[in-house]
Ligand binder design. Structure first.
Ligand code: M6R
Length: 614
């Protein structure tokens, strides 16, 4: 992961870099650093472990940091602990680099650099790359040639920002697999990991292509191809969208605000795609017939997006009769058989930058499959790499735990499944209109659910008081996917060891772990699974488990009788959307457990919002 931001121009470059890095901290915040060219032309590096605030304090304590050209980094550690020494930039008095990605042959490069007399100050893969660049620059005396030669020796993924002391007003940039772009400002230019770092309002930029090298001066940007070709200029792209103000809307955490955003995220995602009460994806450029003609549809995604993808596959199968399956993106290339040219692969991603998902999408393209991206970030790498992109309109999601984007992804895929089912003749217009109505009512139902937050707070307090350790999440059918997502939320933000199991599978082994007081969170939103879920609850309760059930409703009180406590999320049953209502209740539950534990909810330890390494 990691965030890169560099600036060259008339402004105070260090200040610009800190502002850019602030917007990139979601990519990692284990350490931060900045290299700048002093007015005397020397490369000066300041870096330290911890968040950007720590670097800012160090810079403030260090006195004058005025400079017109600087390059910064915020790190998510891959090679080496999050220490001062491992913080970026890395390099020599001649060259300093910042890096996002993983250099896979760094051990071999390190050995060679050691033999060449370089002395390593860190355990990072980046430092080896910096020395390779330095060595070529020393020999060839030309930054572009040095970068080209170094790139030919590097394996793995990288986006580099590079400063050469001999070129005090220039930033150099190159990338392979990891994202990087060049931002154009009225006063100066910059290098950034993504659009978020370019600030609010209209953002003008050039994406940097694979293998391309950019030389960025205060008033020009020249691009060089990976081979010996001549340099060229590129057209400026404009991202008109204004970045949403990154405030918490009066809530204590971004996560809580983003849960509150869910009704609006759903309206913005669904309503433009429902015309005359029926699903309509014509504006997305999606070829529904091509999708229906695919012998198989594969979803690929990671983490929370993968849970949305699994629910999407379930809707495609049930509503449209499509042979749909969801794969964890990092495992996709081991799938057997791989998709073929008639298949469709749908990548689901909030950020649109997740390296595993992007790699899976590229593998799918190589196998000839048609590709579709379902992303929340227009113009992201995954959106660009796919044949067609369909965007959820959840707005910027800042907190590391995905919430509103999950709800928007699932609802969008449900609506798409409905459109496909109608096109395939499996669903009549009346049924399609009924399903659209149900989806349209979900925002208001969520608002009514959020009005009952205090009930969930009480359950979270009770859980926090009594939770004895490892927590089981169980469910059947789609509820087993909601259970998996809810367990992920509880572990990532509240650090509660939790695992999900299809409820029927417990008795084949894992039930051995249940003893008096073991916490079990049961998810029960699917009416057809209710009877069997009741049996599962009785099985664990009779072995002493402390059962907390999150259900859609409990008309006969049977769930209440089999559990220590029950939360019913729905007023009236609505089978297509009840799982989402229960999922939202469980997001709030995890949030409040994390609050009881005083965890750092928006930025949990070891995690980053966008995971751009495989
Ligand atoms: O940006 P993406 O949706 O591709 O991200 C995928 C996962 O990294 C992400 O969902 C992660 O699991 C979140 N921390 C979940 O809350």
């Amino acid at each position: 992961m990691c965030g890169i931001f560099g600036y060259t121009g008339a402004q105070n470059a260090v200040r610009e870099v800190i502002a850019g890095l602030r917007a990139l901290e979601y990519r990692g915040s284990d350490s931060a650093g900045v290299a700048r060219i002093s007015p005397e032309g020397a490369l000066i590096v300041q870096k330290c472990a911890g968040r950007l605030d720590a670097l800012e304090q160090a810079l403030a304590a260090g006195g004058d940091v005025s400079s017109r050209c600087a390059l910064g980094h915020t790190r998510w550690a891959t090679h080496g602990a999050p220490t001062d020494a491992n913080a970026h930039p890395h390099g020599t008095p001649r060259v300093q680099i910042v890096h996002n990605g993983i250099i896979e042959n760094s051990a071999a490069l390190r050995r060679r650099c050691l033999a060449d007399g370089y002395v390593f100050a860190s355990e990072t893969d980046t430092e080896a790359a910096a020395f390779v660049i330095d060595r070529y620059y020393r020999i060839l005396g030309d930054p572009i040639l040095a970068l080209r030669h170094a790139a030919a020796e590097l394996r793995g993924s990288y986006a580099f920002g590079v400063l050469f002391a001999d070129f005090p007003d220039r930033l150099f940039a190159l990338r392979h697999e990891s994202p990087l772009l060049i931002g154009r400002r009225r006063e100066g230019n910059c290098v950034a990991s993504d659009l978020a770092a370019l600030g609010e309002g209209e953002r003008r930029y050039h994406p940097l292509e694979q293998g391309e090298i950019a030389c960025v001066t205060p008033d020009d940007v020249l691009f060089y191809p990976p081979d010996d070709g001549a340099p060229y200029h590129k057209d400026v792209l404009v991202a008109a969208e204004t970045a949403a103000p990154i405030d918490k809307g009066g809530y204590p955490h971004h996560m809580r605000k983003e849960i509150a955003d869910e009704p609006q995220a759903l309206r913005d995602t669904l309503f433009p795609r429902i015309r005359d009460g029926l699903p309509d994806f014509s504006a997305d450029g999606l070829d529904l017939d091509r999708l229906l003609a695919s012998p198989r549809v594969w979803f690929v995604a990671c983490g929370t997006a993968c849970h949305a993808a699994r629910l999407g596959a379930s809707s495609f199968a049930r509503l449209a009769g499509i042979d749909a399956r969801a794969e964890v993106a990092s495992e996709f290339r081991s799938a057997c058989p791989m998709p073929d040219a008639r298949d469709t692969v749908i990548a689901v991603s909030q950020s649109g930058e997740t390296a595993d998902t992007l790699a899976a999408l590229r593998a799918a393209r190589e196998s000839g499959a048609r590709t579709v991206a379902v992303v929340n970030t227009k113009g992201s790498a995954i959106a660009r790499a796919a044949d067609c992109a369909v965007c959820t309109e959840a707005g910027v999601e800042v907190a590391v735990p995905g919430t509103k984007t999950f709800v928007a992804q699932v609802a969008l895929l449900r609506l798409l499944a409905c459109a496909l089912g109608r096109r395939a003749g499996r669903i009549g217009d009346d049924e399609a209109a009924r399903l659209c109505r149900e989806l349209s009512e979900l925002p208001d139902r969520l608002t009514r659910l959020f009005d009952r937050e205090e009930e969930i707070v009480a359950l979270s307090r009770r859980f926090h008081r009594t939770c004895s350790g490892f927590t089981f999440f169980i469910g059947r059918g789609e509820d087993s996917i909601i259970a998996a997502e809810s367990a992920l939320k509880l572990k990532e933000i509240a650090y509660v060891p939790s695992e999900s199991y299809p409820a029927g599978e417990l008795k084949h082994g894992s039930i051995a772990l249940i003893e008096r007081g073991t916490p079990v969170v049961a998810v029960c939103s699917v009416p057809s699974q209710r009877e069997k879920m009741l049996s599962s609850l009785r099985e664990v309760a009779s072995r002493g488990a402390s059962v907390l059930t999150f259900a859609a409703c409990d008309p006969d009180g049977a769930l209440r009788a089999a559990s220590e406590a029950v939360f019913c999320a729905a007023d009236d049953p609505a089978p297509l959307t009840d799982p989402l209502l229960v999922a939202a209740a469980l997001q709030l539950f995890a949030y409040h457990v994390a609050r009881q534990k005083e965890c750092e909810i928006d930025r949990p330890r070891n995690l980053a919002k966008s995971v751009t390494v495989e």
